[in-house]
Every structure is written in structure tokens, then in C-alpha cells.
Design a protein. Structure first.
Length: 138
């Protein structure tokens, strides 16, 4: 099965955003070393950088949108992996021009691969609510 370039880029961005969430920082040197190893040139490299830049630039707004939809959960208690997945998908839907359905499907797949067993349904619910609230389903 061939993995699409954006799927690979999302996986790499997730790893870097997770590190940012845990450490509270993500320096350019670290990003450069990571990408030289896993996505040295081309589209994947550019898309990872675009996701990182966009998510970090809009992190406060994204967190506000997401946390307002976490009715039964304290957003700070959501795992760093799940928060990073939510941020990527929310950024793509709200700011990145990615269709809501595609962003949600990709986020659910990331959750199934990298998060807890019940994370996929939680992420699906939050992102579906966000897309509905913002009128992003076409």
C-alpha cells in the first residue's frame, strides 16, 4: 500500500509538534536535523514545515477552538499526542484549505496509529463538531 505524501508529512509534523508540546520549545536546528533525516527535500519537507509554522503561529486560537468543544474533558488533560493531532487537523481545516472530511479522516488514522485506543473516536467527535460549527462541510 502506497502512503500519500501528505500522510507522511502529517506523521512527521506530529512527532515534532509532540516534542514541542512536551518540551515547550522546538528550535530550527532540531527541525532541520529531523527533516534532513526523514524528509530531506521536496514536497514532504515543505508540507511538514508549513504545518509546523501554521500550527505554532495559530496555536492559541486552535487550542481555544478545540478546548471549547471538549465538553466533558479538561483540554489540559488531553494527551500531548492527541492535542498535536487535533491541532494539525484543526489548522488544516480552518486555515489550510484542506477539506474537513479529509482532515478528519487523516487525524483519525493518526490517532489509531499513535494514540490511545479510544482516542480515534474522541478526535473524530471534536473535529466533526469543529467542522460543523465553522460550516466546513461541503
Amino acid at each position: 500500500m502506497k502512503v500519500r505524501r501528505r500522510t507522511v508529512a502529517r506523521r512527521l509534523a506530529l512527532q515534532l509538534l509532540y516534542e514541542f508540546d512536551i518540551r515547550g520549545e522546538l528550535d530550527d536546528k532540531r527541525v532541520g536535523l529531523f527533516l534532513r533525516r526523514f524528509a530531506p527535500v521536496g514536497y514532504i519537507n515543505r508540507y511538514v514545515r508549513a504545518l509546523l509554522k501554521g500550527v505554532l503561529l495559530h496555536r492559541k486560537e486552535l487550542d481555544s477552538l478545540i478546548s471549547n468543544l471538549c465538553k466533558k474533558w479538561d483540554y489540559e488533560r488531553v494527551s500531548a499526542v492527541e492535542r498535536s493531532i487535533l491541532r494539525i487537523a484543526a489548522y488544516e481545516m480552518v486555515y489550510g484549505g484542506v477539506p474537513a472530511k479529509s482532515a478528519i479522516e487523516e487525524a483519525v488514522e493518526l490517532a489509531k496509529r499513535f494514540a490511545s485506543s479510544d482516542a480515534a473516536s474522541f478526535i473524530n467527535g471534536i473535529l466533526h463538531s469543529l467542522a460543523t460549527q465553522k460550516g466546513l462541510f461541503s
